[in-house]
Structures are given as C-alpha cells and as structure tokens.
Design a protein around this ligand. Structure first.
Ligand SMILES: Nc1ccn([C@@H]2O[C@H](COP(=O)(O)O)[C@@H](O)[C@H]2O)c(=O)n1
Ligand SMILES: [Zn+2]
Ligand SMILES: [Zn+2]
Length: 628
C-alpha cells in the first residue's frame, strides 16, 4: 500500500465495510478485589501518572477496566470522604498525558479530544511529562491552553516554552506553588521533569542541578513563610538508583535548609509501581502507567507545634497509617501507601458503595464523552482478527509470541516498502521503545493501532549502504547481550501470553488450574510489586507477570537474495533514531544522505493497519473478543 491510505482506510471500499465492527468496553470484574480498606491519615494523596491517553480504560483487560468517568466519580467521592472525616486529600498528576491510545493520538494534534476529558478531575497539582514536549504543537497546546486554565496548579519548575509573541522562553506553568490546604497545612510544591533532552525547540528543559540555582527556587526554599510540608512531584522516577532520577538533587537542596520538614515525593516516567524511603521524614510514591494504577499515600504526625494543621488527628471509623518511614526513624510522622488497580470494583469498594449506587451524573457524563470521542474517531473499527496475544516482555525477545518477531518484524517487512525501490534489499531498524503495549488476541481495532504504535516517527532511509557496514549498526545500537529472567523463579509457569488458549478460560479457571486460590477468591496475574517497604503495597493481590528485558532496538531484513548476503541495502529507520544511526555508520554518512523512505508522512502509525488487513483476515467477521 505504501503511503496510499485508501488501500487500508476503514470506509473507502465496500469490501472493507464488511470488516468494520465495533467492540464494547469490558464488563467490570467480579471475583476478586482489594484486600483491605485504605488507611486514612491527616494528609492523603491520590496520584495518577503516565496516563498516555488511556481514558477509556483497558477494554480488553477487566482488571484495568474502569474509564475516566469512573475515576471522576471515585475522586469526587474520595474528596467528600476526606471532607467528612475532617482531613486533607490532594489529587496529583505527574505528566505524560499524550501518546499511547487512540483517544489522545487519533486527532491531527495529539490531545485535542483527550485533554478536555482529562481536565474533568479537580487536580490540586499537575506537572508536565516528556510526552508533552516532543511535538511543538502539543507543547503549545499545554502552554497556551491547559497551563492557562490550570493556573498555579500546573507546576513546571524546570520547563519553559518559547513565547512567539514575546520572543522569550517562559515558564509553561508556575515555577512553584505555595498554598494552604483546607485543614491548614502550608504546602510548598515543586514540579520537576527529569533532565529530558528530546524536546522540540518549542521548549526548554532546565537541568535540575541548574534549576536549584535559580533565584526563585532559593527564595522559595528560604522563604520566611511557614512550610509544614514540601510536595516534590515530577515526571521523574522515584527510585534513587534510577539514572534519570533528578528529584534527589532537589531533595538534597531542600534538606540543606529544612533538615526535618516532611517532603512527600510523587513521581513517574519509569512506568512502574514504586515506593521509596528518602529519609526519616520523606517517602516517595510512583503509580505505574496507562490507567492501570491509582496511587494512594497517606501520612499523620502534624500537630499544632509543628504545623498549621487544624483537622482531625486520627480520622475515625477507618484504618490509619502506622508505619514510620523506616525502622527507628526519629520522626513524628507515620505513613501508608497502596497501589490500586484501576477498575470499578476497586473504586466501589474504597467508597463503600454498591455497583448500583456508585455512579455520579458527572462521571456518567464523562463516560458518555469518551464514548462519543471513540465513535467520532472510529476507534472501534476492526481491521483484522489477531490470532493470538503477542506481548512485549512476558516471553523472551526471540519467542514467537513476542510482539517483535511475532508482529512488528513481519509487519514492517511486508508493509514498509517504497514501490520504486521494492527490488532492493533492505534493513529496517527501530527502537523497541516505539512499541508501547501488548497486542491482544481478537479484533484488532483502529484504537489498537495507536495502543501498539502511537508515535508519528517518519520512516527515513539511506540508499545503497554496503551490507557489511549496515549489518554492524544493530549490534552497535544494542551493545551487549539480552538479559533474561529465569522463568523458574516466576510464580506462574505460563500465562495467557505464552499460552493463548488460556485467554479463553475465566480468571478463576486460570488460577485454579495452577492451584493458587486464596481467601476463597481468585488471585489473578498482574502486578506483584516489591518496593522499599516490601511486598504488601498492591491493593489487590496478584501473582506476578514474567518480565523479560529487551534489547533497545530491533531489525527486520527484507528482500534478501536467497542464500546470499546482498552487496548493498536500503537502510530504513525511524527519524527518532536518525542521529544514532548516523553516528554508528561513521563519518562518511551525513544527514544530507537521509531522506523519507515512502514519503514524509508515512510514519510508525501507518504500518500496523495495513498489516492487519494483510495478515489477520481469517475469522474477521466472527472474531471473538477475548477479555483477560
Ligand atoms: N517520538 C517518539 C517518542 C518517544 N519514543 C519512545 O518513548 C520513550 C519515552 O516514553 P516514556 O513514556 O517513558 O516517557 C522513549 O525512550 C522512546 O523509546 C519513541 O519511540 N518515539
Ligand atoms: Zn510515560
Ligand atoms: Zn515519560
């Protein structure tokens, strides 16, 4: 098809219309759920991060099946509960709102339809992620629209945008926010993006080490105004050993002036559930990715002698936090943390509601808005029937059920072809990070195209590169062997990724087949988190999911002569990795030798749909939806 989208568009041909069906969101799960009520303290946090447009929830995974409308209801009910108890609850988001789902990415400018839906939550603090900065139009969407709307709640302590009117780089949001909570806590908040360098020239990211030298920062830390608690939040991993973590830099600067004031840290970007202890008076929470996880953190220990807190000391009728940051901590503060699975059952349980009584009109309206966006963007249109599940990391990289050998390599081999050069041998190289989510067995929809491959990374190429040189590029990019995780240590010997037939079993059958049933309920596969406090953070217990590490890059070779190596190849790659490719090819290769391969609008969003039309037409009219 090349760049001719009429070859695979959903409505252009009669033949295609036959293949268009819609799938419906998954039903709420029923058999298992949260292990215990939340521990409410004086100051409580609900945290989202790296939502990447997944506002519809996970339509093919019951465990993460709530949509943003359900979250609207939940967050409002939790705010009311906090008010009724006489304590504070802060809602916080740490960025990456774009790139990952059709709701955010199927519009001409990413986020056009998703951002108004996202904005239905009354966040107290928000900050910016790197996915708001790759594309200038998106950066300006945040700068000109949402930053203005969110005012001082949008804290971008080290991120500026180029203001075309003033000709200056200006902070996108506020540098910091000093505010008093409903219960009298004086909060100083900083929102810090990791030292990101892949942004377009519409923005500027100050390194944290430079940010802390800015006058506004030293003024804020040294202010004479009382500070009861710092909220240090950012699109930034919380694990101190993560090389991207720059929260530590800011933490250290605060500590020079405030040795014992609590610093509550909330992070993101590494897409994991995590909780880290920084010191006796500081703990950090990270809340996963893609609307799979809602993070909960609470603390108690404020008194009239150390704060302006005028709320209830230990809210009644609920559990309260009891754990010091670490054993023997010299601190009045105790904490709790929990990773909530993103489903209605979780939301209903923690608001003490019933399925019938849970919904608010506001939440239902937002669910309706999401449905309308999905319909308008035709996200439910089906392009093929995937015969099995292919995952990114639940099986080794070379397993046929891995998405790279199973889908991505055959898809780029078959579809990424320049007609005028189709007789040439080619190597196609991509970064594995461009593939963002597992591909589930069953109908492959327009939405799934963005879920699997959301970026608009253009396929570029250099013609006629000697094969002896071209074949050295992938190993140079990857440098080093693929680390493999020993399956024998994993709690589940197989799961629906490795054995697709299991996808047809119910979760109960699946677990019982392995003999793991607890509390007369089912323990399903999912996150089994280990953090600085151990293994009791997951709100719903799960057995783990195998997680094999990946090389950074993949390669497909196409139209190679049988039994021989070609003399030269067309070397095809995403523009996202152009500079790396050129540096691996050496000084004889320069940017002026690079051009668009098919055309400059054919991107990584454009090869999966034609492949689905090519490879997955069997059963397409009768393709069972497999909800895991
Ligand atoms: N145009 C792009 C942009 C990003 N990527 C990949 O995404 C990774 C960053 O994602 P986070 O959610 O972790 O911030 C980046 O490292 C790339 O792998 C891409 O492929 N193309
Ligand atoms: Zn992210
Ligand atoms: Zn990120």
């Amino acid at each position: 098809c090349g760049s001719d989208s009429s070859c695979y568009g959903p409505t252009n041909t009669v033949e295609h219309v036959r293949h268009v069906k819609r799938i419906q969101p998954g039903v709420p799960n029923a058999a298992y759920g949260p292990k215990a009520p939340l521990e409410w303290g004086q100051l409580n946090f609900l945290h989202t991060t790296d939502t990447h447009g997944w506002l519809e929830g996970h339509l093919k995974e019951q465990n993460y099946g709530a949509d943003w409308g359900d979250f609207v209801t939940f967050s409002r009910r939790m705010k009311q509960t906090a008010g009724n108890m006489g304590v504070d609850l802060l809602l916080i988001d740490t960025g990456d709102l774009h790139d990952g789902n059709g709701v955010s990415d199927a519009t001409t400018i990413d986020g056009t339809d998703s951002m108004p839906i996202f904005d239905e939550i009354a966040y107290d603090l928000l900050t910016i992620g790197n996915h708001e900065l790759y594309v200038s139009e998106v950066a300006y969407q945040m700068f000109n629209n949402w930053a203005r709307k969110w005012g001082d709640r949008y804290v971008t302590s080290n991120v500026k945008a180029f203001n075309q009117t003033s000709g200056q780089y200006e902070y996108i949001g506020a540098t910091h926010r000093y505010f008093t909570t409903e219960k009298g806590l004086r909060v100083m908040a900083f929102g810090v993006l990791f030292d990101f360098t892949g942004n377009s020239n519409a923005s500027q990211v100050l390194k944290a080490a430079d940010m802390v030298k800015e006058e506004w920062f030293t003024d804020a830390v040294n202010t004479c105004d009382p500070i009861d608690v710092f909220v240090l939040f950012g699109h930034n991993p919380v694990r101190q050993t993560d090389s991207s973590n720059t929260l530590k830099t800011v933490f250290n600067e605060i500590r020079k002036v405030h040795p014992t004031t609590p610093i509550q840290i909330l992070g993101g970007h590494s897409h994991i559930r995590d909780f880290a202890v920084y010191d006796d008076n500081s703990v950090a929470l990270e809340s996963g990715r893609y609307c799979e996880t809602l993070g909960w953190m609470s603390m108690t220990g404020f008194s009239s002698s150390n704060s302006g807190y005028n709320g209830v000391k230990n809210p009644h009728g609920v559990a309260n936090p009891t754990r010091p940051a670490k054993a023997g901590a010299k601190s009045p503060f105790v904490y709790s943390r929990r990773y909530l699975d993103w489903n209605r059952q979780t939301f209903i349980y923690h608001t003490k509601q019933t399925e019938q009584a849970f919904d608010y009109g506001s939440g239902l309206r937002v669910t309706g808005d999401i449905t309308k966006v999905r319909e308008d963007l035709k996200l439910g249109d089906v392009y093929g029937c995937a015969p099995q599940t292919y995952c990114i990391s639940c099986v080794p990289f070379d397993n046929s059920s891995n998405i790279f050998p199973g889908v991505v390599v055959p898809a780029v081999t078959a579809v990424v072809v320049n007609k005028t050069r189709e007789d040439k041998s080619r190597l196609i190289i991509g970064n594995t990070g461009a593939i963002r989510f597992d591909l589930h067995q069953g109908p492959f929809t327009y939405d799934d195209n963005f879920i699997v491959s959301p970026f608009r990374d253009v396929f570029l190429y250099i013609p006629d590169v000697p094969y002896d040189l071209a074949k050295t590029v992938l190993p140079k990019l990857n440098k080093g062997p693929i680390a493999k995780r020993d399956l024998a240590t994993m709690p589940i010997p197989r799961d629906s990724c490795t054995d697709p037939s299991l996808g047809y079993l119910t979760r109960r059958e699946m677990r019982q087949s392995h003999g793991v049933v607890r509390r007369q309920e089912v323990v399903t596969s999912g996150y089994a988190t280990t953090d600085d406090w151990g293994t009791d953070g997951d709100d719903t217990e799960h057995t783990g999911i195998p997680n094999y590490s990946l090389p950074g890059y993949f390669q497909a070779q196409a139209n190679f002569p049988e039994g021989n190596d070609p003399e030269v190849v067309d070397l095809v790659f995403f523009d996202f990795i152009e500079s790396l490719i050129l540096s691996d090819l050496g000084a004889n290769y320069t940017a002026d030798m690079v051009s668009c391969y098919i055309d400059c609008s054919f991107t990584s969003q454009d090869y999966m749909l034609p492949y689905a039309k090519l490879a997955w037409q069997e059963n397409v009219d009768n393709c069972p939806v497999v909800i895991q």
